[in-house]
Write a protein that binds this ligand. Structure first.
Ligand SMILES: [Zn+2]
Ligand SMILES: [Zn+2]
Length: 337
């Protein structure tokens, strides 16, 4: 049993403004999730019934925005599903999972796949990848990807895909600006230099016009990486059916090794609690499903645990402070548990 909470998670506070499609929108609170119409944000009701999920984004007393129950939610309920804004397979699994949705591919055809650069689980995924893939495959990424492999870096790969999506016109360069960035030291920023130049050079050598690449500044790169650092989820597929997971009493499920990493919009709005009432799981692909771990009353804030909840209090505090930049004052921490 591996605790699913053991994955990189995300933020607690969000900015006051959301900038999409180049237009500045000021949000009123609370907003209904059903109002969001982004291609990359998918929300469904329990059991896949159409309709808004039972949640609203609102302001918390001390942690910026959060997600609140708009009606009573029962333990085990699937609260909503979200598609990633951007995801990327682990370098170790790139030949064994779908390049778009990270679904595991069958062993049949594995030999053929080894000779191909990337593979897909379906024509639909291939189609959805077409635009960014066209940009990506016009460049030679061997130096960039080798750098990531040697350094054990995964987030520059998400930046690469996101940059390809921007160049393909699929997403605005500032689409993820709404997410909370990780605080970075000057040492961390200078470590990002190499990845930045490898990314820029890749596009340059692919003859992408410099005016198209005007967004790709060092500041943009560092800002995006800072957001990805605390908002990316490490995806471990649980497999099987959601219903099977309902029989599990705890927040943990039997899971396989990570297939990749992804950044979502809505799941990034959940605040943290060391004794959470909600949890995010993955079944067969990168679609994130939020599940209620206990009964939740209307108006109650939904919280997930950003780290492994089975760790001791001191270790949790250290991880939250280093990784997410805050001191946890949840009931469990206050009781010293
Ligand atoms: Zn797929
Ligand atoms: Zn805590």
């Amino acid at each position: 049993m591996l605790p699913l909470a053991r994955r990189v998670a995300f933020l607690s506070r969000l900015r006051q403004t959301i900038n999409q499609s180049g237009a500045l929108l000021r949000l009123s609170y609370p907003i209904s999730i059903a109002a969001s119409g982004s291609r990359s944000l998918e929300a469904v009701d329990n059991a896949g019934r159409p309709g808004p999920p039972p949640i609203q984004v609102g302001l918390t007393a001390s942690a910026g925005r959060g997600i609140f129950a708009s009606r009573r939610i029962t333990s085990g309920d699937l609260i909503h599903t979200a598609s990633p804004v951007v995801c990327y397979p682990s370098l170790a699994t790139v030949h064994s999972v779908c390049y778009f949705c990270l679904r595991r591919l069958s062993n049949a055809g594995a030999e053929l796949r080894a000779s191909q650069t990337v593979s897909y689980c379906s024509d639909k995924c291939k189609d959805l990848s077409k635009a960014f893939r066209q940009v990506e495959s016009s460049a030679d990424w061997s130096a960039h990807d080798e750098y990531c492999r040697l350094q054990g870096l995964k987030y520059p790969l998400l930046v690469k895909r996101f940059a390809c999506m921007v160049l393909a016109g699929e997403v605005a360069a500032n689409y993820l600006d709404i997410l909370q960035p990780a605080p970075l030291s000057s040492g961390m920023i200078s470590e990002m230099e190499k990845g930045y130049h490898l990314l820029r050079n890749g596009f340059k050598e692919a003859d992408i016009r410099s005016e198209q690449m005007s967004f790709l500044t060092k500041q943009w790169y560092v800002g995006l990486l800072a957001r990805i650092r605390i908002n990316a989820f490490r995806i471990e597929l649980a497999g099987g059916l959601y219903e099977d997971l309902l029989s599990l009493a705890t927040a943990s499920v039997e899971s396989e090794a990570a297939v990749g990493n992804a950044v979502y919009m809505l799941p990034s709005f959940y605040n943290h609690d060391c004794d959470p009432n909600a949890h995010i799981i993955w079944l067969e692909d990168a679609s994130a499903r939020t599940k209620a771990l206990r009964d939740i009353e209307p108006g109650e804030e939904l919280k997930i645990c950003y780290i492994d909840a089975s760790l001791g209090c001191d270790v949790r505090q250290a991880l939250l402070s280093q990784g997410f930049g805050f001191h946890c004052n949840c009931d469990r921490c206050l009781s010293g548990d």
